[in-house]
Design a protein around this ligand. Structure first.
Ligand SMILES: NC(=O)c1ccc[n+]([C@@H]2O[C@H](COP(=O)([O-])OP(=O)(O)OC[C@H]3O[C@@H](n4cnc5c(N)ncnc54)[C@H](OP(=O)(O)O)[C@@H]3O)[C@@H](O)[C@H]2O)c1
Length: 304
């Protein structure tokens, strides 16, 4: 029994509703998990707004959220590899904005004991796309990487992993986030009209990770990087498609390998998300509004 956030029509945060729900016992292949933390991503409000309705039509009522972490409370007889009390990370399309959920065992991955629940919940989506995108553009030690949107969830993970691997990172952020970005090991530059000149003055770049998207970021990438096979985007749109910039391309069949690698990096202290705010699950609508405004520093975490 616990709080569930659901919606039964597409729209903004006002369509989110709160109810108390019984959690079913696990059927064949399923595990019940009591969530301790649920990470918020821009994808959550985009899916609720209907941006993905053409290729990902929802059945209503639907529950938002693609990642969470918690403790196993029941396991179906035919499931092996999980036991009551195990700490797990859940990754799946929708369904995470719940205090407790019954999910297919295939959506669960072990949570390392030395990574807390809110850090674990935030790993798969933002850090997963960072990890997959960095594999795609293969940044070498000593190379310089430009990150568009270095203060957000994806940009922070890109910066932390790339710096750990010996790359030099230049990150775009608004002026209020320059000290923050510098603390991650990156050289901050302001996005906007002066960006290309500022990055050129710093010596240019070998690769670009676009963690923001849109016409201006794509134009700057094109101006700075002759070889666009060294560019990738987490925010694919018509501009990146027209320029031929590839999406990070995190395939769901790779998610187990990627979550395991991220959990190791988090355990080593390489990957650590600053949490901008912990918000009660019942106030998920406020988290949507904050995310949608586009200036979250680090992660928003919902707490059941
Ligand atoms: N697998 C995937 O494909 C995947 C996974 C995760 C995310 N995404 C997508 O990637 C994008 C970023 O996600 P996120 O989780 O990092 O978002 P987020 O945490 O909400 O980050 C937003 C960041 O964008 C920065 N920003 C705002 N306007 C900007 C501009 N004009 N130029 C550069 N940066 C700007 C903000 O910094 P300031 O406050 O300093 O402006 C803020 O830190 C979203 O579109 C999301 O949907 C895709």
């Amino acid at each position: 029994m616990g709080t569930t956030i659901f919606f039964d029509e597409y729209g903004d945060s006002s369509v989110l509703k709160v109810r108390d729900e019984e959690t079913p016992s696990p059927n064949s292949g399923e595990v019940r998990v009591s969530y301790r933390a649920i990470a918020v991503n821009p994808a959550d409000w985009k899916i609720v707004a209907g941006y993905a309705r053409d290729f990902l039509p929802l059945q209503f009522p639907a529950v938002p959220g693609n990642e969470s972490a918690g403790v196993v409370t029941a396991v179906a007889d035919d499931v092996s590899g999980f036991a009551v009390g195990d700490e797990v990370i859940r990754v799946g399309l929708g369904g995470s904005y719940r205090a407790e959920a019954t999910v297919p065992a295939s959506e669960l991955f072990p949570k390392p004991a030395d990574v807390d629940f809110e850090q674990a919940a935030a790993l798969p989506v933002a850090a997963g796309s960072a990890f997959a995108g960095l594999e795609r553009i293969a940044v070498e030690p000593g190379e310089t990487l430009l990150v568009h949107g270095g203060a957000g969830g994806v940009g922070i993970a890109v910066t932390q992993i790339a710096v750990h691997r010996g790359a030099k990172v230049i990150s775009t952020a608004s002026a209020r986030n320059h000290e923050f970005v510098r603390g991650l090991g990156a050289t901050p530059v302001e996005y906007g009209p002066g960006l290309v000149g500022a990055v050129t003055a710093l010596g240019g770049v070998d690769a670009v990770f676009d963690a923001h998207g849109g016409a201006d970021c794509v134009a700057a990438t094109q101006a700075l990087l002759p070889d666009l096979t060294r560019a990738t985007t987490a925010a694919a749109d018509e501009h990146s498609a027209a320029a031929g910039i590839a999406h990070v391309g995190a395939a769901m069949d790779q998610i187990g390998r990627i979550v395991a690698a991220l959990a190791e990096l988090a355990g080593q202290g390489v990957l650590r998300f600053p949490v901008q705010e912990r918000i009660p699950l019942a106030e998920a609508a406020r988290a949507f509004d904050l995310s949608r405004a586009g200036h979250v520093r680090g992660k928003l975490v919902l707490v059941p």
